[in-house]
Ligand binder design. Structure first.
Ligand code: PFF
Length: 500
């Protein structure tokens, strides 16, 4: 069976940008930059891009494209023993997308709600009581929140429709889903910067605090942000690049993706802090109190900031709509990239029909994601996000760079991508791949120490801590079972020599 191809290199690059530029650019980057040196944060951010983001993305593109397969099979082709590490990434992608899809559902709810400004003067109450109907503890599922369930079904149907014909259908939607958020962000920025107070807000975001660069925390945050934002170590970039012909440029594509992703983050920072600055001035709340990141920014603070826009209900409705449409269009291509990472891995491993695999994988994901549509959903999103994102992801990154940097002829990859690429990378690339696991290890240790000192969220019980680590161990166990048992049996059944 012939492998699918992207229509053009542009389609591939756009899809990779779509995956990289996601919710993290809006709800994570502006806050992380603000609280870690403001304008000065650009220095560690740039260093992190140069020393980890760019080298790792080149590595993932090169391995996927060279071996024409998703992460497990591609890594397995380099060395039989590497396949497990590909599955680790795939399982993490699986776990992440199950709750990422539910966040998309919350956004859908707000998008519809923006028409009549359903959040009113109390967005947080609207979020927890009207949309999520949150229960008091993770163990208390108490049935579904109907509106979240409906949004979730819409999300999965959309993901199916987009992925239905693989690269062909993705190629068709990708130009819209990448361009739309940029246009929408520009609309938000234009509105924001022309408001009184906006400049103070931007000043908070951009004012450089060079002394902050002396604290390790700032550097840890920069690496984490780069890592998360470029969708690294999640099997995504392997899958996407495996649909390019083997001789396509790599380094140039990487630089475009990285640059575009950073631009989206920066634009989001302007929109967020401009609007917060205005709210701070008109409502008399100090900016420190409203400058936050994560789920509360999108569903509580930012709607409140939109409420403060001059011009009455219609203006609030319009800008609410624009903001949630931005999140939706940013998030949808990250969502389907995570799904595609799993589909490609499964279809490549067992040589399955791609369409049937797409249907099967989406159905399983949709079923698992139901847990987050229950009234305890928010508790579960919080817990799983924390453990899988800070630990699962970084552990995956450490493992893949140790493999390629220390147990593989790293330079042979460079000899593969340099001749086919416009920009040639020197020996520094090889050295960086060897050094990155140590950098990531410092991040991991930093998170671990922090978790022990301040239990997660300030309320974590020992059960939640155990649950989180149990989840990470489960990722390892499932990856092991797939690699050791399911893969072997199937390979024997089809009577082929194991080409992994
Ligand atoms: N890079 C995207 C974002 O910043 O939101 C989406 C994403 C993909 C996040 C993969 C996390 C991840 F592991």
């Amino acid at each position: 069976m012939e492998r699918q191809r992207w229509d053009s290199r542009a389609a591939f690059i756009l899809a990779a940008i779509g995956s990289a530029a996601g919710l993290g650019n809006v709800i994570r980057f502006p806050y992380v930059a603000y609280s870690n040196g403001g304008g000065a944060f650009l220095i560690p951010y740039f260093v992190a891009l140069l020393t980890a983001g760019i080298p790792m993305l080149v590595m993932e593109f090169a391995i996927g494209q060279k071996n024409q397969a998703g992460a497990p099979v591609a890594l397995g082709k380099l060395n039989n023993k590497f396949e497990f590490f590909g599955w680790w990434q795939v399982i993490c992608a699986f776990v992440i997308v199950c709750y990422y899809a539910v966040i998309m559902s919350w956004i859908c709810n707000y998008l519809v709600g923006s028409i009549n400004v359903a959040w009113g003067s109390e967005p947080m109450r609207y979020f927890t009581e009207d949309v999520l109907k949150v229960s008091d503890s993770p163990g208390n599922l108490s049935g579904f929140s109907l509106s979240v369930l409906v949004g979730l079904i819409v999300t999965w149907v959309a993901v199916y429709l987009i992925l239905r014909k693989g690269t062909e259908s993705v190629g068709k939607v990708i130009s819209y889903t990448v361009a739309a958020p940029v246009v929408l962000l520009i609309i938000l920025i234009i509105r924001a910067v022309t408001l009184p107070g906006a400049m103070e807000g931007l000043n908070y975001f951009l004012k450089p605090d060079f002394v902050a660069l002396l604290t390790p925390r700032v550097w840890i945050e920069a690496y984490t942000q780069v890592f998360y934002s470029l969708s690294l170590a999640m099997a995504i970039m392997y899958a996407y690049s495996s649909y390019m012909p083997e001789d396509s440029d790599i380094t140039n594509s990487v630089l475009i993706v990285v640059f575009a992703d950073a631009c989206v983050s920066f634009l989001a920072g302007l929109a967020i802090f401009g609007t917060l600055g205005h709210m701070s001035l008109t409502q008399g709340v100090p900016i420190e109190e409203v400058a936050i990141g994560g789920i509360r920014l999108s569903f509580d603070v930012f709607p409140a900031a939109i409420n403060a826009l001059p011009g009455g209900q219609t203006v609030v409705a319009i800008f609410g709509f624009v903001f949630f449409a931005t999140l939706l269009t940013l998030g949808i291509d990250s969502t389907f990239s995570l799904v595609e990472a799993v589909i490609t891995a499964v279809a490549d491993k067992w040589r399955l029909n791609k369409h049937r695999t797409t249907v099967g994988v989406i159905l399983v994901m949709a079923l698992v994601s139901l847990i987050y549509a229950t009234r305890a959903g928010l508790h579960w999103v919080d817990l799983v996000d924390h453990y899988i994102n800070s630990y699962g992801l970084i552990i995956a990154g450490i493992m893949e760079t140790i493999l390629i940097g220390w147990f593989y002829n790293t330079d042979s990859l460079r000899q593969y991508f340099n001749p086919i690429s416009e920009y040639k990378f020197g020996k520094w690339w090889t050295y960086m791949i060897k050094i990155i696991p140590f950098i990531l290890f410092v991040l991991l240790a930093g998170y671990f120490v922090e978790d022990i000192q301040t239990p997660y969220g300030g309320y974590a019980s020992i059960y939640q801590w155990l649950g989180g680590w149990g989840l990470i161990i489960a990722v390892g166990v499932v990856s092991f079972i797939i690699t050791k048992f399911i893969g072997k049996r199937k390979n024997k059944e089809i009577g082929k020599a194991v080409d992994l």
